[in-house]
Write a protein of this length. Structure first.
Length: 381
């Protein structure tokens, strides 16, 4: 099968790197998605192990669709019977951008009808019961090119199963995992988040340190599909558990809000990493960095998130004064502020454009001592 891992913009290189490390074949990155080839085992493994992707799709087909007739005929020609059984439900969701077909309801209706015609013909039915398992059809129309998928994940992969609670502006788990990966956290250093909120970055750091599969505590839509053997899910979960590490890790997280810390502790307990992360109520601006080698990765409040722009600017100035002489610390700050470097008082060694939901942000990276050529395999900054 051709499989697809959609992701937040800016994370394509990280997702591709994860897939290659899993042994997936023919991995190729495109804007907002990474395609790869694999069988049912690859489908299961990607759902369980991917940290930075949003979902795992089967790419059922792609074709030009400049009219509703072309869309209908293109969808009808796809081999739906390979995936959807005779009682399966097949709702349709999708998006369209810069295409002649810009009405989402009409596109959904046409795709649904075309798939139904194909399935009814193959199964010899006048009417499809749609009383069984759900096979979510997803589509993307981009510049008249239709991409038609089946969603194997169900709930988005950022929903690990451990965070029913969050603060007012939660950071998506997949983005937190990306920040941890970009920081090159190797578990030997102290890892710190002084603006931890609901604890997402610290928890993802602990999960990475343990090499714990992010999908172990949740279910997936394809677990109920007949063409994906149940034995594969059991085997891959057992393999993931066997691959976990054991060790002592120094991960600390603080926040000035006691309620946020309580939420973070609850989330860490649900994730099974509470003994690896030390949470404390603390004012980041009154807490000097320990005199050791470490990584500081954080997502402080910014102008579109909890604080107004003036308050965010004052916060960044204070952070710059406090961390001016950071010793052996590497610092990673995610914010949407375009003036962060000016407020912070230092130009970043590197910047990387990332998206927190729909908010465009920059990950400002400071290395100490400075490393001029700290490139990585995951692509351009």
């Amino acid at each position: 099968m051709t499989l697809c891992a959609p992701c937040l913009f800016g994370l394509e290189g990280l997702v591709a790197d994860e897939l290659r490390r899993m042994g997936c074949e023919n991995v190729r990155s495109e804007t907002g998605r990474v395609l790869f080839d694999g069988d049912e085992r690859a489908l299961v493994r990607a759902n369980l192990l991917l940290r930075t992707a949003e979902r795992v799709y089967i790419l059922v087909g792609e074709f030009h669709a400049g009219s509703f007739d072309e869309l209908f005929e293109g969808v009808k020609a796809l081999p739906w019977e390979k995936y959807v059984d005779r009682s399966g439900q097949f709702p349709v969701r999708g998006s369209t951008l810069d295409s002649a077909l810009h009405s989402l309801p009409d596109c959904q209706r046409i795709i649904k009808k075309a798939a139904a015609v194909r399935l009814a013909s193959k199964y010899g039915l006048q009417r499809l019961p749609e009383s069984g398992e759900v096979f979510q059809i997803r589509f993307s129309l981009l510049r008249d090119r239709a991409s038609i998928y089946l969603d194997t994940s169900g709930a988005s992969l950022h929903k690990r199963g451990w965070r029913p609670n969050s603060n007012l502006a939660p950071l998506r788990e997949t983005l937190a995992a990306a920040i941890v990966k970009l920081s090159r956290y190797k578990v030997r250093e102290l890892f710190m988040d002084p603006f931890c909120g609901s604890g997402t970055i610290a928890i993802e750091a602990a999960l990475a340190a343990l090499n714990r599969a992010p999908g172990l505590s949740r279910g997936f839509a394809a677990e109920k599909w007949p063409f994906v053997p149940a034995a594969l899910w059991k085997e891959e979960r057992e393999a993931a558990r066997a691959a976990e590490y054991r060790g002592e890790y120094r991960i600390i997280a603080g926040d000035i809000d006691p309620a946020a810390i309580e939420t973070a502790r609850d989330n860490a307990r649900r994730a099974g990493v509470d003994k690896y992360v030390t949470f404390s109520v603390a004012d980041a601006l009154k807490t000097p960095l320990p005199p050791v080698r470490g990584i500081l990765a954080t997502n402080p409040p910014y102008g579109e998130r909890l604080l107004d722009a003036a308050s965010a600017d004052a916060l960044y100035r204070a952070m710059g004064r406090l961390w001016k002489n950071a010793g052996d610390w590497n610092i990673y700050v995610l914010t949407s502020s375009l003036d962060f470097e000016k407020s912070f008082g230092r130009r970043a060694v590197k910047r990387r454009k990332l998206y927190n939901g729909m908010i465009q942000c920059q990950l400002y990276q400071y290395f100490s001592p400075p490393e001029k050529n700290r490139g990585s395999k995951d692509g351009a900054e």
